[in-house]
Design a protein around this ligand. Structure first.
Ligand SMILES: C[S@@+](CC[C@H](N)C(=O)[O-])C[C@H]1O[C@@H](n2cnc3c(N)ncnc32)[C@H](O)[C@@H]1O
Length: 221
């Protein structure tokens, strides 16, 4: 499918798929959305902890890079796994402005290494952050009791409803450790029902700019 680069309302870039009218991030602000959904409502629950994160949809690497930066501020040791079936191209990558927009020019080499690192291998990016990019379909995820936190960042229910099904959420539930947490930008009733069906306890939280609500789901032991 054709993909094009667009600018979101906070100045940060994203990738847009015209055929679906779907973007990798919120058009109201890619960075703002990532900070709100995944960092404020996810990562910040684990201050001063060692944790394993599973990202559903590595995409542009924005969530991974923000997690690297914020994890340092929160004194965290992070083992990060990003699953992605369709990696972005190097042409798309150079059009992304995340390093500058996050005022992280001194960490540009980390963003480059995130993309330059081999697929399906664990790469040590620092003494407190390892990254494994797994080229894999979400339906093939078979991890069990391995992650503390899941960033569920698949394309929306409107375009890929099969990724918001009980089959996929069962995989997410199984991949989490007891007391693990899943965060997602989504807030549809049908999504919440699938999460509850597999055993999650679901909270509705205020959404990022431009979106009223979002979900956080917990695997309660
Ligand atoms: C919303 S974007 C993720 C954005 C990403 N988190 C970021 O920070 O840029 C969804 C991602 O899921 C990937 N994807 C779509 N269907 C998939 C599938 N069935 N299995 C694995 N990856 C898939 C897409 O290629 C895309 O990169």
């Amino acid at each position: 499918m054709k993909r094009e680069i667009i600018q979101t309302l906070d100045g940060s870039t994203t990738i847009h798929i015209p055929e679906w009218d779907e973007s990798y991030h919120s058009k109201h602000g890619a960075i703002q959305e990532a900070q709100h959904v995944f960092i404020k409502n996810g990562l910040s629950l684990f201050k001063d902890k060692e944790l394993a994160i599973l990202e559903i949809g590595f995409g542009t690497g924005l969530n991974a890079f923000i997690t690297y930066l914020e994890g340092a501020k929160m004194n965290q040791i992070i083992d990060y796994v990003g699953v992605e079936a369709y990696p972005i191209s190097s042409e798309e990558l150079v059009s992304m402005n995340y390093v500058a927009e996050l005022n992280a020019l001194d960490q540009e080499n980390i963003f480059d290494q995130m993309h330059g690192s081999a697929w399906n291998e664990k790469t040590i990016l620092s003494n407190r952050f390892t990254l494994t990019k797994r080229q894999q379909f979400f339906a093939d995820i078979e991890d069990k009791n391995k992650f503390d936190l899941i960033y569920f960042d698949a394309f929306g229910y409107r375009v890929q409803p099969e990724l918001w099904s009980t089959e996929i959420f069962q995989k997410m539930y199984d991949a989490l450790k007891d007391d693990g947490v899943l965060v997602t930008y989504a807030a549809r009733g049908v999504v919440k029902r699938s999460m509850i069906e597999v055993g999650f306890v679901v909270e509705k939280l205020a959404g990022p700019p431009g979106k009223r609500e979002m979900f956080r789901a917990k695997k309660i032991s």
